[in-house]
Design a protein. Structure first.
Length: 597
């Protein structure tokens, strides 16, 4: 507990295990400490202490009545010693420490609420995700991919610097109302259907798609991921195809239309005839909730520790609060990512209920003003205290207009922003690194020939691939701890609205000097070269304007000597759309640098 001045205090506690902590705040007057401090002043002033020592001995005697064991006996002895005039005992640190353990709480004031602190694994704070459809990993374009094919693909993902590989649903896919290519309602016999239409006669949420392989194959995939330093994240989509065993075994878990048919999923104008939502308001909700929780438990038992949850905002919030609390009580290392592109306060509520991370609106924030306003909100209290964003430039459901219009430079810009604005980010690949950006039709965010409805075969060695650029950016993220947090984000002024500049800092435990400081400048105009002056907030960065500092561009390898807040930059989107600058307080010698700013 530290006194900050003007009756303001700050308290810190260290946590030693994963899981949920409950705490509150209690305050009281420490009459003994006040007396002890005053006694030291009176001794220094050579004042009469007879009355003061009697008062102090009474405080100690009262504490001995509250204490137990050896402390009680020591306090009785010390009370008698102080009453007899022993000033050394009265001032001793040992006496103070023992008194502190047995405070007088008769007038204590306690905050009326209990607060919750979740202590989660490091990947909750910093992670780099790659979404991959296992069925599209076959090296043979004539066949469906398998878990063994997916395991062989993992080294490609690891080489790009990702540490989480997210798999869409891997369960059996329904036959009735199966969707065909480009979401057409009439599937052809060869169409594999959407992985999110879960369940058929071979099983449901705890079964594997037969063409992917067996559970032995799945365990081999997990083992290969572990060998490469990757973790497999699995999609949890609590919905069913019309062929799911639950539709037959538990029709009461689904909402009926007036004609007796089950209501399929809709998000007007979109229709999902191949998906039946579960009815969380059913009278049999306890049985439904238990079955869904058992699904999560089943996959935890298989070795999954990270879950991406599909549309959690369309399910009962009380279910998530109960289920996540139950799972984390037994498995505190489990991480839940909420795929909830919905209203802000609903997203934030999911975070408070226990979701570790959440998708964000970054996907549609493009201008300097939009990005600055949004990330200032995310990185400042109170939101940062409970909401942890995961930034995705694209998903299988979302091909944003910026990527459609901007091509390769736009992909590079959005990757740079996601990887440096957020400590957690992900891409849907290989669509991203291969710059797939053709929409199904004008004005749509759906991909043409979407992988959601067909098996894809791609040339991963294409000369146009961004895999080397992505690998370089991810390596920078892993080597610079400043980019592994969200709370230190600071934006800086630029005189060109097409340029955005921001910094992140990581401090060592030893002192206030930053252990790592990174400043990022990005050209938001993917069609034209942009130039301008940036003005760093040196006070926010802890830099002295009277001393030069070293700036090293981690993307290009150039080094600069910088003094003062202003610097000139020029960025060409096709070649170098941004700088990732490592900043050091003190430069070496001027002749060591390529340029001066």
């Amino acid at each position: 507990m530290t006194h900050l001045g003007n009756d303001i205090w700050r308290a810190e506690l260290r946590v030693s295990r994963l899981g949920r902590y409950s705490y509150t705040i209690e305050g009281w007057v420490d009459s003994f400490k006040t007396w002890q401090e005053d006694l030291k002043k009176r001794i220094a002033a050579a004042q009469d202490l007879s009355a003061d020592l009697i008062i102090g001995s009474q405080f100690i005697a009262q504490a001995s009545a509250r204490a137990s064991g050896d402390d009680a006996e020591r306090l009785k002895t010390w009370a008698a010693a102080v009453a007899s005039g022993d000033t050394d005992t009265a001032q001793s640190d040992e006496l103070f420490t023992t008194m502190l353990a047995w405070p007088d709480l008769s007038f204590a004031t306690r905050y009326e609420r209990e607060l919750t602190l979740w202590v989660e694994p490091p990947k909750a704070r910093f992670s780099t995700w790659y979404e991959l459809f296992p069925r599209s990993t076959s090296p043979d374009p004539r066949r469906h991919g398998t878990f063994k094919d997916c395991a062989a693909r993992l080294s490609y993902v690891a080489d790009m610097g990702f540490d989480v590989v997210y798999l869409p649903p891997i369960h059996p896919i329904g036959e009735r109302f199966r969707k065909g290519k480009n979401n057409t309602p009439d599937a052809q016999p060869e169409d594999p259907g959407s992985p999110w239409a879960i369940g058929n006669e071979t099983g449901g949420h705890t079964a594997l798609h037969p063409e992917l392989g067996t559970f032995d194959d799945f365990r081999l995939l997990l083992a290969e991921a572990e060998r490469l330093g990757l973790e497999i994240a699995l999609d949890i989509a609590f919905q069913c195809s019309p062929d799911h065993p639950w539709v037959r075994e538990h029709p009461e878990w689904f909402r009926k239309r007036p004609d007796g048919s089950i209501q399929y999923a809709e998000n007007p104008p979109k229709k999902y005839q191949d998906i039946y939502p579960l009815d969380f308001e059913t009278g049999q909700w306890p049985e439904l909730w238990a079955a869904l929780n058992d699904v999560i438990e089943f996959w935890v038992a298989q070795g999954i520790r990270i879950f991406r949850v599909d549309n959690p905002h369309t399910k009962a919030l009380s279910f998530w609060e109960w289920a996540i609390d139950d799972i984390k009580e037994k498995h505190p290392e489990v991480i839940f990512l909420a795929e909830a592109f919905t209203r802000p306060h609903l997203m934030y509520r999911l975070a408070k209920l226990g979701f570790t991370q959440s998708y964000t609106y970054f996907t549609w924030r493009n201008t300097k003003r939009e990005l600055t306003d949004y990330f200032r909100q995310l990185s400042q209290p109170p939101l940062r205290n409970y909401f942890r964003g995961n930034l995705w430039p694209n998903t299988p459901d979302i091909l944003p207009e910026a990527l459609q219009a901007g091509g390769r430079p736009a992909f590079m810009v959005r990757l740079l922003l996601a990887a440096t604005l957020g400590a957690n980010y992900g891409i849907y690949g290989p669509a991203f690194e291969l710059v797939e950006n053709t929409p199904r039709e004008p004005g749509s965010e759906e991909y043409l020939n979407s992988e959601k409805y067909e098996v894809k075969h791609r040339d991963l060695n294409s000369q146009s691939s961004l895999k080397d650029f992505i690998a370089r950016v991810n390596r920078i993220r892993h080597e610079n701890t400043a980019l592994q947090n969200d709370h230190s984000l600071v934006f800086h002024e630029t005189d060109n609205q097409n340029l955005i500049c921001y910094s992140k800092t990581c401090y060592s435990n030893a002192g206030e000097d930053p252990a790592n400081m990174v400043t990022v400048v990005v050209n938001l105009d993917w069609a034209h070269t942009q130039a301008g002056w940036i003005t760093l907030d040196l006070d926010a960065l802890g830099l002295d304007r009277s001393h030069s500092f070293e700036v090293y561009d981690l993307l290009s390898g150039s080094r600069f000597l910088w003094q003062g807040p202003r610097g000139y930059v020029e960025l060409t989107p096709l070649s170098l759309p941004g700088h990732i600058l490592r900043v050091r307080r003190r430069a070496r010698t001027e002749r060591d640098f390529d340029y001066y700013l």
